[in-house]
Design a protein around this ligand. Structure first.
Ligand code: PMP
Length: 352
């Protein structure tokens, strides 16, 4: 099976093997059966944070928090904790649209959308800068549906809040302007059920509202993300993914490989004489999600059928766009992506 799902998606093979071993050893209680207050779980939790910070090269100005509620809970928690006068947003796709919608529910008057690419079906990343007066400045760094990705972070604010759900740990990041980076872990960093939040301590202090405990980032910070029972198994899987990324030599290496993988598919699209049509504006193309279509719907369907017969799964495009989407997150190897390229080449030779 070759898994190109957009999320939940493929885990690194080393992680799957480790989990299989854990399950086999049923006589010994596993992380799923042990108290989150115990030493065993705490050491997993601490190491996971240490590794995540090491991968992103973060110092003690930053905290790593684990929440439940995936990425989406943060769409509401961010404005609830931090939107007072001006909450700046860039709208580059469905996921930022959803974040803006939630922010308007919390504090309608504060929300300012400073850039938007809806005019061309979110097929590009607009050029813009934020300004420093905002409570925060929000972007979605990789637009999972359309296959667009910010190549550099917008300027103007040192309180960037970034939904990085679909490009977490896929490349090194300069955190100087990042106040908070968050995402669901089910694509690049583990399994569903966990929201990862990396937050700058000075930004965390900007929350001036008295909030219900579970809705306040401060609660997670003060209680080692264990105010209530955390998603301990998902944190364990996250810790295994962090270990694997470190074993691969860190994010510079991962990024290089991700570029090579994406190039294989984009070059094929570009040299297909219009047989395959990429959705995203070329300079904004994502290294994680490649959305494309064939000349007509019948060919899309026939491609998906051929793919499925050869063991590929998860290639159907998001329902908003239709067509095909290949998600090539960290866990996919160059060989696996080469297999997709071979399938596309073969299909072009037969039907082009
Ligand atoms: N943001 C982005 C960029 C996503 O791709 C997704 C899920 N596909 C979400 C947010 C929502 O994530 P969750 O389901 O974990 O809430």
């Amino acid at each position: 099976m070759l898994n190109f799902s957009a999320g939940p998606s493929q885990l690194p093979l080393s992680v799957i093997k480790k989990l299989q071993e854990d399950f086999k050893n049923y006589k010994q209680a596993s992380v799923m059966e042990l108290s989150h207050r115990g030493e065993y779980f705490f050491s997993i939790y601490e190491q996971a944070i240490k590794d995540a910070k090491e991968l992103y090269n973060l110092n003690d100005d930053y905290e790593v928090l684990f929440l439940q509620g995936g990425a989406s809970l943060n769409f509401a928690l961010i404005p609830l904790n931090f939107a007072y006068k001006r909450a700046l947003y860039a709208n580059t796709g469905l996921w930022s649209e959803k974040a803006i919608k939630e922010a308007r529910i919390i504090n309608k008057n504060a929300v300012e959308v400073v850039a938007c690419s809806k005019d061309q079906g979110y097929s590009y990343i607009p050029q813009f800068s934020f300004d420093e007066d905002g409570d925060y400045a929000y972007i979605c760094s990789n637009n999972t549906i359309y296959g667009t990705q910010f190549k550099s972070l917008p300027k103007g604010s040192d309180k960037l809040v970034i939904d990085a759900s679909s490009d977490l740990f896929s490349k090194p990041l300069d955190f100087s302007d990042i106040a908070m980076l968050f995402g669901g872990t089910q694509k690049n960093a583990g399994i569903a059920g966990l929201g990862l939040v990396i937050i700058r301590k000075d930004f965390l202090k900007n929350c001036k509202r008295a909030l219900p405990s579970m809705l306040s980032y401060e609660t997670y910070s003060k209680n080692d993300s264990m105010f209530n029972t955390p998603a301990s198994f998902a944190i364990y899987v996250f810790s295994l993914v962090m270990k694997e990324l470190k074993a691969r030599g860190g994010l510079e290496n991962i990024h290089e490989l991700n570029k090579q993988k994406a190039r294989l598919i984009y070059e094929l699209i570009d040299s297909s004489d219009g047989f395959y049509k990429g959705y995203a504006n070329k300079k904004d193309r994502s290294l994680m999600n490649i959305s494309f279509s064939l000349k007509n719907e019948a060919l899309n369907q026939s491609f998906l059928k051929a793919a499925s017969e050869q063991g590929f799964i998860g290639l159907k495009g998001h329902k908003i766009l239709g067509g095909i989407r290949a998600s090539i997150y960290n866990a996919l190897s160059l060989e696996e992506v080469s297999s997709l390229a071979a399938l596309m080449k073969d299909f072009l030779a037969k039907k082009g």
